[in-house]
Design a protein around this ligand. Structure first.
Ligand SMILES: *Cc1c(COP(=O)(O)O)cnc(C)c1O
Length: 226
C-alpha cells in the first residue's frame, strides 16, 4: 500500500484543486496516518470517539481531527477540547450538547450540520422540516459555544451516478439558500462536506468544498459497514 502515491493520484484527479481533502483513517493503524502526515496531510477523519482518543496523542500536535461519523451525545465531552470540526451533527439535541461542552471549557466548537440526502433510511441527518424547526427556535438563537460552518451529506450508495449527482445538487441548493439567509452570527455557510472515494469527483462538480476520502488513500477497510 503506497499511501503517498495514492494521495498524489487522488489529488491529481480532483476536479477542483482548491477542495479540501480529509483523509479518512478510521480502522487504520497509526503508521498509516504517519505516512499520510509525512506526505503532507494534516486533516484526518475518524468516525469513533474511542479511536480518535487513542490516535490523537500518537500524532503531531498540528494534526487536525475531524469527527465524521454519528456522534453520541454522551461522548462529546471527550473530544470537545481538540476536535477541529464535527461533520455529523444530525440532531438539535446533539448540537445543544456540543454547545454545553464547549461552554464548560470555554471553547467555541466548529461543526457542520448533517443533512439527510440519501434514499436510504439508514443514513443520519436532518430532514428539511427538522432543520427549519431548529433554525427558527428560540433555543437555537441562544447557542453561544458552537460555530456552524456549513453542511455535510452522504449520497445513496448506488452505481447510479445521476442519482448521486441529484442528491449532491440538492444539498448545494440548500447550502446556497442558507447562505443567503441572515440566520445568526454563529452560522456561516462556508464548507460543504460531500464526496467520498467513490463519488468525490461528482461532488466536486456539484460544489463540494471538502471531500472525505478513505479507501482510495489507505486501501479497503477490514470490516463490513460504514
Ligand atoms: C468511511 C467514511 C468516509 C470515507 O469512505 P471511503 O469510501 O473509504 O472514501 C467518508 N465519510 C464518512 C461519513 C465515512 O463514514
Amino acid at each position: 500500500m503506497d499511501i503517498k502515491a495514492n494521495l498524489e493520484a487522488v489529488k491529481k484527479s480532483f476536479i477542483n484543486p482548491a477542495c479540501q481533502l480529509i483523509a479518512v483513517s478510521k480502522t487504520k493503524p497509526i503508521e498509516n496516518l504517519r505516512a499520510a502526515y509525512t506526505a503532507g496531510i494534516r486533516d484526518f477523519g475518524e468516525n469513533k470517539v474511542q479511536e480518535i482518543q487513542a490516535k490523537q496523542p500518537e500524532m503531531p500536535a498540528d494534526t487536525r481531527w475531524h469527527m465524521i461519523g454519528h456522534l453520541q451525545s454522551n461522548k462529546v465531552k471527550y473530544i470537545a477540547p481538540y476536535i477541529h470540526l464535527i461533520h455529523g451533527v444530525d440532531s438539535f439535541k446533539l448540537l445543544k450538547e456540543i454547545n454545553k461542552q464547549g461552554k464548560k471549557i470555554d471553547r467555541v466548537i466548529p461543526v457542520l450540520l448533517q443533512i439527510h440526502i440519501a434514499e436510504e433510511e439508514s443514513k443520519f441527518g436532518f430532514d428539511r422540516a427538522e432543520l427549519e424547526e431548529m433554525l427558527s427556535s428560540e433555543e437555537f438563537a441562544q447557542l453561544t459555544h458552537v460555530q456552524i460552518k456549513g453542511l455535510m451529506g452522504m449520497a445513496t450508495f448506488t452505481e447510479n451516478q445521476n442519482q448521486i449527482r441529484k442528491e449532491f445538487r440538492g444539498l448545494k441548493t440548500l447550502f446556497d439558500e442558507l447562505k443567503n439567509r441572515n440566520l445568526s452570527p454563529f452560522v456561516q455557510m462556508e464548507q460543504l462536506s460531500m464526496g467520498m472515494s467513490g463519488d468525490y469527483q461528482i461532488a466536486q462538480e456539484e460544489g463540494s468544498t471538502m471531500v472525505r476520502i478513505g479507501s482510495a488513500i489507505f486501501g479497503a477497510r477490514n470490516y463490513s459497514g460504514i
